[in-house]
Write a protein that binds this ligand. Structure first.
Ligand SMILES: CC(C)(COP(=O)(O)OP(=O)(O)OC[C@H]1O[C@@H](n2cnc3c(N)ncnc32)[C@H](O)[C@@H]1OP(=O)(O)O)[C@@H](O)C(=O)NCCC(=O)NCCSC(=O)CCS(=O)O
Length: 388
């Protein structure tokens, strides 16, 4: 049984304690370690199941079928870390409903919110967030996809890649250059239904922890004016504000993977014979276990602090979200690597839980801003704050 004592920490309240316990019970009854062959179908089923059970209601504000008046980062983090302990794909399905609707929750018009958010919360619409391009990953401001203004709306040309849910999404939140100014100030956000003429899924991408992922191209794709999401020219800030919420939850998913690895390793070392005792009696094993416990607890503290700062204190948490993502994803990789080592050959055997965790955790140090980007964000925030 995973350590649940963190639920009593002061960053969380009673609603989080019951959410953590109820979701854990749901996961135990409904999720498995199986590796499905048809990933698209498995994802669709997971979105439908998470929607039917009410967990996706945490992805949208209460006025549109959600639970909290505004997105509660601690709930999102708690859900991601709990799902990730049971199933990487279930965590993925949940995460993308949040990331792919977050900009609408933050900046959408009443009509846009009513059109998309209740369906996202119910699991009836699958969401996606289309930011990364073939020639611009970390450097968002240099994106090349264009949105040309016309009398009736916009015409979009360009490409996006590594788009999660690409190919199965019902709509995409798309970022494109409207050109008010060079760089970050000339980008706008749009909502694009997947069946819009001119949108094509041109490549499906296979990765080490399978999930739906694709390259999209846009050729003379016409959008109405009502597709604009937020103010024209403010799309870069909109993307960053959305990532401020969801980067903390990427850390939480990594934490869930790390907790599972620690549980698997702990159970293993208690029974694995070594000399007259077990691996758990060995000082080197104990040193590794201590480092794993330390990494898990520090990640949890950083994650729930980042959420609390925004949820409760109402403060911008760009710095804290970046710290949480950086530490939780990097250290989860190390926790899982140690667990694999404790399992020996069994740890790299296909189908072993720690083998799957080893593959699942890797992308989290890259997506929603690589570890190197988080360091840039943290250093800039630190320098700006130290100048005051
Ligand atoms: C690396 C970066 C942080 C660098 O950004 P820039 O140097 O190009 O831009 P800045 O000068 O920092 O900011 C420009 C502008 O935006 C405002 N801003 C910046 N951050 C925020 C924020 N958090 N909230 C609100 N506003 C913000 C800033 O104040 C400036 O405005 P003014 O000039 O002051 O008016 C950045 O490029 C970056 O974060 N890169 C990482 C990209 C990334 O995370 N990609 C992830 C893609 S999504 C994904 O991976 C999931 C895909 S899914 O699985 O499908």
């Amino acid at each position: 049984m995973a350590d649940r004592s963190f639920l009593d920490w002061p960053f969380l309240d009673d609603s989080h304690r019951s959410l953590g316990m109820e979701l854990d019970a749901w996961c135990a009854a409904n999720l498995s370690d199986d590796h499905p062959h048809d990933i698209d179908a498995a994802c669709r089923d997971l979105v439908a199941a998470l929607g039917a059970a009410g967990w996706l209601r945490y992805c949208v504000p209460a006025a549109y079928g959600g639970v909290h008046e505004q997105l509660d980062i601690r709930s999102l983090a708690l859900i991601r870390e709990t799902l990730a302990r049971y199933s990487g794909l279930a965590d993925f399905a949940f995460a993308m409903q949040g990331l792919g609707s977050g900009t609408i929750s933050l900046l959408g018009t009443e009509d846009q919110k009513r059109r998309y958010l209740p369906d996202v919360a119910a699991g009836r619409k699958i969401a996606a967030f289309a930011l990364t391009e073939p020639e611009s990953g970390s450097d968002v401001a240099s994106m090349q996809t264009t949105a040309r203004r016309t009398a009736s709306g916009y015409v979009i040309d360009g490409a996006k890649t590594y788009i999660s849910n690409g190919g199965i999404a019902d709509y995409y939140v798309l970022f494109a250059r409207t050109g008010e100014a060079p760089g970050a100030k000339g980008v706008s956000a749009f909502i694009v239904d997947a069946d819009t003429a001119g949108l094509a899924v041109t490549e499906r991408i296979e990765v080490i922890a399978p999930h739906p992922l694709a390259t999209l191209t846009f050729t003379d794709m016409e959008l109405p004016e009502t597709a604009l999401l937020g103010e024209s020219g403010r799309g870069f800030a909109a993307a960053m504000a959305t990532l401020d919420i969801f980067r903390t939850t990427v850390g939480a998913a990594a934490l869930g993977f790390a907790r599972r690895a620690l549980d698997e390793a702990t159970a293993r070392v208690k029974v694995r014979k070594l000399g007259a005792g077990t691996l758990a009696d060995n000082a080197i094993t104990q040193s590794k276990l201590a480092e794993m416990v330390l990494d898990v607890d520090t990640s949890a503290l950083l994650i729930y602090r980042a959420g609390w700062l925004r949820d409760v204190m109402g403060q911008r948490n760009t710095r804290e979200a970046a710290l949480a993502k950086l530490h939780a994803t990097d250290s989860a990789q190390q926790v899982i690597d140690k667990a694999v080592q404790m399992f020996g050959g069994m740890g790299v055997t296909v189908g072993a839980p720690v083998e799957a965790l080893y593959r699942e955790v890797r992308a989290l140090r890259i997506y929603e801003g690589a570890s190197e980007v988080q360091k840039v964000v943290i250093a800039r925030q630190h320098l700006a704050q130290s100048a005051n």
